[in-house]
Design a protein around this ligand. Structure first.
Ligand code: PLP
Length: 225
Protein backbone atom coordinates (compact mmCIF):
# COMPACT_ATOMS: atom_id res chain seq x y z
CA UNK A 1 0.00 0.00 0.00
CA UNK A 2 2.96 2.29 0.66
CA UNK A 3 3.79 1.76 -2.98
CA UNK A 4 0.71 3.57 -4.16
CA UNK A 5 1.59 6.72 -2.23
CA UNK A 6 5.10 6.57 -3.55
CA UNK A 7 3.95 5.91 -7.11
CA UNK A 8 1.74 8.99 -6.98
CA UNK A 9 4.63 11.15 -5.79
CA UNK A 10 6.75 9.89 -8.69
CA UNK A 11 3.90 10.46 -11.15
CA UNK A 12 3.43 14.04 -9.96
CA UNK A 13 7.18 14.67 -10.33
CA UNK A 14 7.02 13.30 -13.86
CA UNK A 15 4.14 15.65 -14.72
CA UNK A 16 5.99 18.62 -13.22
CA UNK A 17 9.10 17.72 -15.14
CA UNK A 18 7.19 17.26 -18.40
CA UNK A 19 5.63 20.70 -18.06
CA UNK A 20 8.88 22.29 -16.90
CA UNK A 21 7.30 23.34 -13.61
CA UNK A 22 4.97 25.74 -15.38
CA UNK A 23 2.45 26.31 -12.59
CA UNK A 24 -0.39 27.68 -14.68
CA UNK A 25 -0.20 24.58 -16.90
CA UNK A 26 0.21 22.21 -13.95
CA UNK A 27 -2.94 23.49 -12.30
CA UNK A 28 -4.98 22.50 -15.33
CA UNK A 29 -3.90 18.85 -15.45
CA UNK A 30 -6.37 16.34 -14.05
CA UNK A 31 -5.13 12.92 -13.05
CA UNK A 32 -7.68 10.14 -13.41
CA UNK A 33 -6.71 6.96 -11.57
CA UNK A 34 -7.66 4.08 -13.88
CA UNK A 35 -8.87 1.70 -11.19
CA UNK A 36 -10.20 -1.30 -13.13
CA UNK A 37 -9.52 -4.52 -11.22
CA UNK A 38 -8.36 -2.54 -8.17
CA UNK A 39 -9.89 -2.96 -4.72
CA UNK A 40 -11.84 -0.44 -2.69
CA UNK A 41 -8.96 -0.43 -0.18
CA UNK A 42 -6.49 0.59 -2.85
CA UNK A 43 -8.83 3.29 -4.11
CA UNK A 44 -8.96 4.64 -0.57
CA UNK A 45 -5.18 4.96 -0.50
CA UNK A 46 -5.32 6.93 -3.75
CA UNK A 47 -7.99 9.17 -2.25
CA UNK A 48 -5.88 9.86 0.80
CA UNK A 49 -3.04 10.84 -1.52
CA UNK A 50 -5.22 13.58 -2.97
CA UNK A 51 -6.51 12.09 -6.23
CA UNK A 52 -10.31 12.16 -6.32
CA UNK A 53 -11.12 11.14 -9.87
CA UNK A 54 -11.35 7.52 -10.96
CA UNK A 55 -11.84 5.82 -14.30
CA UNK A 56 -13.63 2.48 -14.46
CA UNK A 57 -14.15 0.09 -17.39
CA UNK A 58 -16.48 -2.65 -16.22
CA UNK A 59 -19.93 -1.68 -15.14
CA UNK A 60 -20.77 -4.33 -12.53
CA UNK A 61 -17.41 -4.06 -10.83
CA UNK A 62 -17.57 -0.29 -10.78
CA UNK A 63 -21.08 -0.04 -9.33
CA UNK A 64 -19.98 -2.21 -6.43
CA UNK A 65 -17.12 0.22 -5.72
CA UNK A 66 -19.22 3.35 -6.25
CA UNK A 67 -21.74 2.10 -3.69
CA UNK A 68 -19.03 1.22 -1.18
CA UNK A 69 -17.46 4.65 -1.49
CA UNK A 70 -20.69 6.60 -1.60
CA UNK A 71 -19.96 8.44 1.66
CA UNK A 72 -17.02 10.20 0.10
CA UNK A 73 -18.75 12.97 -1.78
CA UNK A 74 -15.55 14.32 -3.29
CA UNK A 75 -15.10 11.37 -5.63
CA UNK A 76 -15.75 11.85 -9.33
CA UNK A 77 -16.34 8.72 -11.40
CA UNK A 78 -15.45 8.49 -15.09
CA UNK A 79 -16.64 5.67 -17.30
CA UNK A 80 -13.73 4.84 -19.64
CA UNK A 81 -14.68 1.37 -20.87
CA UNK A 82 -16.29 0.19 -24.05
CA UNK A 83 -19.97 1.08 -23.84
CA UNK A 84 -22.79 -1.17 -25.02
CA UNK A 85 -26.33 0.20 -25.39
CA UNK A 86 -27.73 -2.02 -22.68
CA UNK A 87 -25.25 -0.60 -20.14
CA UNK A 88 -26.00 3.06 -20.83
CA UNK A 89 -28.70 3.30 -18.18
CA UNK A 90 -26.34 2.31 -15.38
CA UNK A 91 -23.59 4.56 -16.66
CA UNK A 92 -26.00 7.51 -16.78
CA UNK A 93 -27.15 6.80 -13.23
CA UNK A 94 -23.86 6.12 -11.48
CA UNK A 95 -21.15 8.08 -13.27
CA UNK A 96 -20.26 11.78 -13.43
CA UNK A 97 -18.42 11.49 -16.74
CA UNK A 98 -18.56 9.20 -19.76
CA UNK A 99 -15.41 9.36 -21.90
CA UNK A 100 -16.30 6.76 -24.49
CA UNK A 101 -19.15 8.04 -26.64
CA UNK A 102 -18.42 6.69 -30.11
CA UNK A 103 -21.82 6.67 -31.83
CA UNK A 104 -25.09 8.54 -31.95
CA UNK A 105 -27.12 5.78 -30.32
CA UNK A 106 -25.00 5.87 -27.16
CA UNK A 107 -25.40 9.64 -26.89
CA UNK A 108 -29.17 9.40 -27.29
CA UNK A 109 -29.46 6.71 -24.63
CA UNK A 110 -27.20 8.45 -22.10
CA UNK A 111 -29.21 11.61 -22.58
CA UNK A 112 -32.45 9.72 -22.10
CA UNK A 113 -31.37 7.94 -18.94
CA UNK A 114 -29.74 10.94 -17.32
CA UNK A 115 -32.81 12.16 -15.50
CA UNK A 116 -33.36 15.86 -15.25
CA UNK A 117 -32.96 15.81 -11.50
CA UNK A 118 -29.28 15.17 -11.93
CA UNK A 119 -26.83 17.64 -13.32
CA UNK A 120 -25.94 16.92 -16.95
CA UNK A 121 -23.41 14.18 -17.52
CA UNK A 122 -19.97 15.34 -18.65
CA UNK A 123 -19.10 13.53 -21.84
CA UNK A 124 -16.18 13.07 -24.20
CA UNK A 125 -16.24 11.67 -27.70
CA UNK A 126 -13.74 8.88 -28.15
CA UNK A 127 -11.72 9.22 -31.35
CA UNK A 128 -10.29 6.15 -33.06
CA UNK A 129 -6.97 7.83 -33.64
CA UNK A 130 -5.17 4.92 -35.25
CA UNK A 131 -8.14 4.48 -37.67
CA UNK A 132 -8.15 0.74 -37.18
CA UNK A 133 -11.29 -1.30 -37.54
CA UNK A 134 -10.99 -3.22 -34.32
CA UNK A 135 -10.23 -0.14 -32.23
CA UNK A 136 -12.78 1.71 -30.13
CA UNK A 137 -13.85 5.22 -30.98
CA UNK A 138 -15.27 7.07 -33.94
CA UNK A 139 -13.32 7.56 -37.16
CA UNK A 140 -11.84 10.99 -37.69
CA UNK A 141 -13.98 11.65 -40.76
CA UNK A 142 -17.17 11.27 -38.68
CA UNK A 143 -16.43 13.10 -35.45
CA UNK A 144 -17.92 16.47 -36.45
CA UNK A 145 -21.38 15.08 -37.00
CA UNK A 146 -21.33 13.26 -33.68
CA UNK A 147 -20.04 16.39 -31.90
CA UNK A 148 -22.95 18.33 -33.30
CA UNK A 149 -25.44 15.75 -32.02
CA UNK A 150 -23.85 15.46 -28.57
CA UNK A 151 -23.66 19.22 -28.13
CA UNK A 152 -27.43 19.50 -28.57
CA UNK A 153 -28.36 16.96 -25.88
CA UNK A 154 -29.84 18.76 -22.86
CA UNK A 155 -28.70 16.18 -20.31
CA UNK A 156 -25.17 15.90 -21.62
CA UNK A 157 -22.41 18.43 -21.25
CA UNK A 158 -20.03 18.09 -24.19
CA UNK A 159 -16.56 18.58 -22.70
CA UNK A 160 -14.20 17.32 -25.39
CA UNK A 161 -12.44 14.23 -26.67
CA UNK A 162 -10.64 11.12 -25.52
CA UNK A 163 -8.16 8.98 -27.43
CA UNK A 164 -5.77 6.11 -26.91
CA UNK A 165 -2.83 6.30 -29.29
CA UNK A 166 -0.79 3.16 -29.44
CA UNK A 167 2.85 2.45 -29.65
CA UNK A 168 3.99 0.47 -32.66
CA UNK A 169 7.07 -1.62 -32.05
CA UNK A 170 8.04 0.68 -29.18
CA UNK A 171 7.76 3.74 -31.40
CA UNK A 172 5.45 6.57 -30.41
CA UNK A 173 3.48 7.79 -33.43
CA UNK A 174 3.68 11.55 -33.05
CA UNK A 175 1.40 12.16 -36.04
CA UNK A 176 -1.49 10.61 -34.09
CA UNK A 177 -0.92 13.08 -31.27
CA UNK A 178 -0.73 15.93 -33.74
CA UNK A 179 -4.06 14.88 -35.28
CA UNK A 180 -5.79 14.59 -31.95
CA UNK A 181 -4.56 18.02 -30.86
CA UNK A 182 -5.89 19.51 -34.10
CA UNK A 183 -9.31 17.95 -33.58
CA UNK A 184 -9.37 19.26 -30.00
CA UNK A 185 -8.54 22.78 -31.17
CA UNK A 186 -11.20 22.70 -33.87
CA UNK A 187 -13.86 21.60 -31.38
CA UNK A 188 -12.72 24.11 -28.75
CA UNK A 189 -13.21 26.89 -31.27
CA UNK A 190 -16.63 25.63 -32.21
CA UNK A 191 -18.16 24.75 -28.82
CA UNK A 192 -17.89 26.86 -25.66
CA UNK A 193 -18.29 23.83 -23.41
CA UNK A 194 -15.25 21.99 -24.82
CA UNK A 195 -12.25 22.22 -22.50
CA UNK A 196 -10.99 18.66 -22.02
CA UNK A 197 -8.46 16.56 -23.92
CA UNK A 198 -8.23 13.13 -22.29
CA UNK A 199 -5.01 11.72 -23.67
CA UNK A 200 -2.13 9.87 -22.05
CA UNK A 201 -1.76 6.66 -20.04
CA UNK A 202 1.22 5.28 -18.12
CA UNK A 203 3.37 4.77 -21.20
CA UNK A 204 2.93 8.19 -22.82
CA UNK A 205 2.29 10.82 -20.15
CA UNK A 206 5.12 13.02 -21.32
CA UNK A 207 4.11 12.91 -24.99
CA UNK A 208 0.45 13.48 -24.19
CA UNK A 209 1.26 16.57 -22.11
CA UNK A 210 3.49 17.85 -24.88
CA UNK A 211 0.42 17.72 -27.16
CA UNK A 212 -1.82 19.71 -24.78
CA UNK A 213 -3.54 16.88 -22.94
CA UNK A 214 -5.13 18.13 -19.73
CA UNK A 215 -6.57 14.84 -18.49
CA UNK A 216 -4.39 11.76 -18.12
CA UNK A 217 -5.69 8.29 -17.23
CA UNK A 218 -3.16 6.37 -15.20
CA UNK A 219 -3.45 2.76 -14.08
CA UNK A 220 -0.13 0.91 -13.94
CA UNK A 221 1.99 3.82 -12.75
CA UNK A 222 -0.31 4.33 -9.75
CA UNK A 223 -1.29 0.81 -8.74
CA UNK A 224 1.61 -1.41 -9.69
CA UNK A 225 4.00 -2.44 -7.00
C1 PLP B 1 -6.64 0.85 -18.27
C2 PLP B 1 -6.85 2.09 -18.99
C3 PLP B 1 -6.00 3.18 -18.83
C4 PLP B 1 -4.76 3.14 -17.96
O1 PLP B 1 -3.69 2.50 -18.63
P1 PLP B 1 -2.31 2.23 -17.88
O2 PLP B 1 -1.42 1.74 -18.95
O3 PLP B 1 -2.59 1.20 -16.83
O4 PLP B 1 -1.86 3.51 -17.29
C5 PLP B 1 -6.34 4.34 -19.50
N1 PLP B 1 -7.40 4.43 -20.32
C6 PLP B 1 -8.22 3.39 -20.52
C7 PLP B 1 -9.38 3.55 -21.43
C8 PLP B 1 -7.98 2.19 -19.87
O5 PLP B 1 -8.79 1.15 -20.09
Amino acid sequence: MKNIENNIKILKKKIQYSLENNNSLLKKIKIIAASKNQSVEKIQIVLSSGIYEFGENYIQESIHKIKKLKKNNKIIWHFIGKLQSKKTKLVAQYFDWCQTIDREKIAILLNKYRTNKKIPMNVLIQINISQEENKNGIYIKNYKKLANIVSKMPNLNFRGIMAMPKKEKEIIKYCDYENIRNIFNILKNEYKSVDTLSLGTSFDVKTALMYNSNMIRIGKDIFNS
